[in-house]
Design a protein around this ligand. Structure first.
Ligand SMILES: *Cc1c(COP(=O)(O)O)cnc(C)c1O
Length: 402
């Protein structure tokens, strides 16, 4: 996607606007696949919550990806995108038995992350095989240290409760077809990941009916030059060898599963916004854009640092700007950032806006959520229209109290 492409899109569809590069998504997918080419059965389940537009889901499924979902609604979005139930895994956290049964009724792979539901589900539905989410309590400590911590994480069933899991499985006669972990952003380097994987292998060896082991995600992508990026190729090499060795010991070929979100879609996304006002104060120059944390919350919520480019004036003289939004709340995208000279009306572009950006957007200040574009090989497709006032009001009821 060139600057000219992006400017044309902003002109045609208005701002703010999300634009996703399908070729980049495809590149990342193929890169991950290639890193694990030595594993015969590989399943890459895309974490739907990162970017859940149904055209993106279909695009990834057409590439060969399965789907990792965390809510019944996400399961339904996948089904809406034409994705069969057998390509969907449901990995919720703390949902009701009712919702879990709803997902099971749709035929998707169930992943259970607490003992209470495991026991209830196994008692009621011993014939439906489930995956179990383990919390290996592994996190990176310091630079390359591995420490065993995070005992208070709400995710997964503690590895220390393995005897309890086994007792429930035996008592209910349920079958466990998968073992899973997703330690999320705790995992920064390969050594930590491999260490956690060993705990998963030890756990897997305790169950005799497995079909897959799911290593979750947490892969890092670079936001700016010099950022840490998970070396997927090196990890693929090391984990594949260990996985194949484990399958040999286990006596059966298992599927190696992953569920990346950010890795697949983060870098593919650009968020375009227009500068409404350039405001000079005694200490700061603010560039105030037609958006806020209602559309793009990551910089405020996580302190994430997204590259900003003035695509209307890429070769202008660089100046320092604080880029802020237009909602009535502090919504700072960047503090004193060097950007080429900004004039009112310029379009600026934020990088790494594919993952957890649109999917976290809200209607705060009663603004419409942006439109979304998916580009692929020079063609641009509108995959979501900008919201309208009718949609904003659709679920509200005007009543007369007095
Ligand atoms: C969010 C989530 C993922 C994806 O994490 P990324 O950091 O985006 O790759 C994977 N698995 C589960 C269970 C998740 O909740």
């Amino acid at each position: 996607m060139t600057r000219e492409d992006l400017l044309k899109l902003a002109e045609e569809y208005g701002s703010p606007l999300y634009v996703y590069d399908g070729n980049k998504i495809e590149f990342q997918y193929n890169r991950l696949k290639a890193a694990f080419k030595k594993v015969n059965r590989l399943k890459i389940n895309y974490a739907v919550k990162a970017l859940s537009n149904i055209s993106v889901l279909k695009f990834l499924h057409d590439l060969g990806a399965g789907m990792d979902t965390v809510s019944l609604q996400e399961v339904r979005l996948c089904r809406e995108a034409g994705i069969p139930a057998e390509d969907i895994i449901y990995t919720p956290n703390g949902v009701s038995m009712e919702e879990l049964e709803g997902a099971a009724a749709l035929g998707v792979q169930i992943n259970i992350d607490n003992l209470s539901i495991l026991e209830q589900f196994g008692t009621k539905h011993p014939k439906i095989p489930v995956c179990i989410r383990i919390n290996p309590h592994v996190m990176a400590g310091g630079n390359t240290n591995i420490s065993v911590g995070h005992i208070d994480s709400k995710f997964g069933i503690s590895i220390h409760q393995l005897p309890h899991i086994k007792r429930i499985v035996e008592n209910t006669g349920m079958s466990v077809n998968g073992i899973h972990m997703h330690t999320g952003s705790d995992i920064l380097d390969i050594e930590v990941f491999l260490y956690a994987s060993e705990i998963l292998f030890e756990t897997a060896a305790q169950f005799s009916d497995l079909e897959f082991i799911d290593f979750g995600s947490g892969f890092k992508v670079p936001y700016k030059e010099g950022d840490i990026e998970t070396n997927i190729e090196e990890m693929g090499e090391k984990l594949s060898a260990r996985f194949n060795e484990f399958c040999h010991e286990y006596g059966r070929e298992l599927t190696l599963a992953f569920e990346p979100g950010k890795f697949l879609v983060s870098e593919a996304g650009k968020f375009l916004a227009k500068v409404n006002v350039v405001k000079q104060t005694t200490s700061t120059v603010f560039a105030q854009i037609d958006s806020g944390f209602n559309h793009f919350i990551r910089p405020m919520f996580y302190g994430s640092n997204h590259e900003i480019e003035n695509i209307s004036n890429p070769d202008g003289k660089p100046r320092f700007y604080s880029v802020v939004g237009y909602i009535c709340e502090t919504d700072t995208f960047a503090n004193n950032r060097r950007i080429s000279e900004i004039s009112e009306g310029d379009i600026i572009s934020f990088s790494n806006a594919g993952a957890y950006c649109f999917s976290m957007a809200s209607n705060y200040n009663s603004r419409y959520r942006p439109a979304e574009i998916l580009s692929y090989s020079g063609k641009f497709h509108l995959i979501r229209e900008r919201e309208t006032f009718d949609e904003l009001i659709a679920t509200q009821k005007l009543i007369n109290i007095h």
